[in-house]
Design a protein around this ligand. Structure first.
Ligand code: ADP
Ligand code: MG
Length: 457
């Protein structure tokens, strides 16, 4: 029955709501008129109960289950898929190739050269979604400190997508589970600073010894040392020495190794010799997940916190830049809400975040549409403008043209030009075709709606 009811709910609430709210529900049983569900978190339970409770009940009744009430409970020790998924750790299909032996080398030369770790940056507080799934799984694997891992692990991605968070999370877990290991985390800038200091104080021997005695070395934002020749050189030697000893190395950068300008070729290629994973820009689901997680954390300090329906969705739609901005907006909103002792309503949100919202209030471009649509259908961006005519490519391309017509002020010839110099009649045809399809094909209608919402966010 639940299987069918789920199908009905999918139609009733739309794909977006369905994925976020209905899919995490685990149907238990109906007894004495009470339908029982397991939910990953109380927050989801409350939300679903408030917003979708009636619909779920109605659909259950329609499917023949005499339900008077619905109850949601969080099973003890349940995996929590919407919040940081510890359970995801092992679901990654990636396998390591280079065995890393974590030998214990005790301190030989004074303090560890690392930077302090942020308490908030743990795996528990890291929300996993499609865009960061692989990076998260790889980080978990490395954090297990087991015999098989990736070396080096190279994480890259744009600002505010969680690179530093993941690195700290690895460091915390290793410190916790493997206190015998010497784990050092620092930024490339700090690495350089240490090195320059050592040069100045004739302490390069100690510097070398210190770094070469580390078991796990993490260097954040390594793009920083590009162009700094002697630092690069020293980093390279440290790197090689550690790899030779099978010590784990974890590197982050804002772009792929091969794309860092002024980074020596041989260094770039060494950096690519392990596992390279990127953190993709956040999608709507991930942003909503992060917001929900944050709200749950806040709830502990503000038990009376009331957030009007739709506020989180609104924020997830509208603030699509980086996670730091998203967090900042929420913090400001809550601080303000609790200050004036008010429910966090849509009005309050719009007032309080006017500046943030204006900043992210930009016009949709054809390029963005192409990017979103390609992402959505898992095709290459280059196929948007390329010549391929296979339907799996041509159809999304037509949808992108249609959306470009709907959401931008570009003319048909202008749109055609942006799709690899196609004729305006091609665009016109695409627009007509999608309009027809939209009327008869629910999937296409839904996809378009979803894409439109994401783009207008
Ligand atoms: P980066 O180092 O990639 O620029 P950070 O790791 O500093 O980004 O992340 C920026 C902020 O966003 C931090 O406060 C971090 O906790 C938060 N953040 C990023 N991604 C996530 C995520 N998936 N779940 C929870 N918080 C996140
Ligand atoms: Mg960072």
């Amino acid at each position: 029955t639940w299987g069918r009811v789920r199908q009905d709910l999918l139609k009733a609430v739309g794909k977006n709501n369905y994925v976020t709210w209905i899919e995490p529900l685990e149907f238990e049983r109906v007894d004495n008129g009470v339908a029982r569900f397991n939910v990953p978190t109380n927050f989801i339970g409350n939300w679903v109960s408030r917003n979708f409770g009636d619909q779920i009940q109605q659909h259950l009744i329609r499917a023949g289950a005499p339900v008077e009430r619905i109850e949601f409970s969080v099973p003890a020790g349940a995996p929590r898929p919407m919040t940081p998924a510890a359970s995801n750790a092992d679901s990654g299909e990636i396998r390591g190739t280079t065995p890393v032996r974590h030998a214990t080398v005790k301190a030989t030369s004074g303090d560890l050269p690392g930077a302090p770790l942020d308490k908030r940056f743990t795996f528990d507080s890291f929300v996993v979604g499609k865009p960061n799934q692989l990076a998260h799984a790889a980080a978990r694997r490395v954090a297990e400190g087991g015999p098989v891992s990736f070396n080096p692990l190279f994480l890259y991605g744009g600002v505010g997508l969680g690179k530093t968070h993941l690195m700290h999370a690895i460091a915390w877990q290793l410190q916790n589970d493997r206190s015998d290991l010497r784990v050092v985390y620092l930024s490339a800038e700090q690495f350089m600073y240490r090195f320059v200091q050592a040069l100045r104080e004739n302490g390069t021997m100690q510097f070398k010894e210190m770094f070469r005695s580390v078991d796990v070395l993490m260097v954040d934002d390594v793009q920083f040392i590009a162009g700094k020749d002697s630092t690069q050189e020293e980093f390279f030697h440290t790197f090689n020495a550690l790899v030779d000893q099978n010590k784990q190395i974890i590197i982050s950068a804002d772009r792929a190794p091969g794309e860092i300008k002024k980074l020596e070729e041989r260094i770039a290629s060494r950096l690519q010799s392990g596992l390279v994973v990127d953190l993709h820009p956040t999608d709507y689901e991930l942003r909503l997940g992060i917001l929900q997680h944050k709200v749950e954390q806040y709830r502990e300090s503000y038990p009376g916190l009331v957030i009007q329906d739709g506020v989180l969705e609104f924020l997830a739609h509208r603030i699509s830049t980086n996670v730091r901005v998203l967090e900042g907006a929420l913090t400001k909103l809550f601080a303000f809400g609790s200050l004036v002792g008010r429910e966090v309503t849509m009005d309050l949100t719009q007032d309080c975040l006017a500046d943030v919202l204006r900043a992210s209030d930009r016009k949709v471009t054809v390029e963005e549409i192409q990017r979103r649509v390609s992402e959505h259908y898992n095709m290459r961006m280059s196929d948007m403008i390329g010549p391929k005519r296979h339907r799996t490519i041509a159809r999304p391309r037509q949808m992108a043209m249609y959306l470009s017509k709907q959401l931008t002020s570009r003319s048909l010839p202008e749109i055609g030009r942006r799709f690899g110099g196609r004729d305006h009649t091609t665009v016109m045809h695409a627009v007509k075709r999608i309009e027809e399809l939209k009327a008869v094909d629910n999937q296409i209608a839904e996809d378009l709606e979803l894409l439109r919402r994401m783009l207008e966010a």
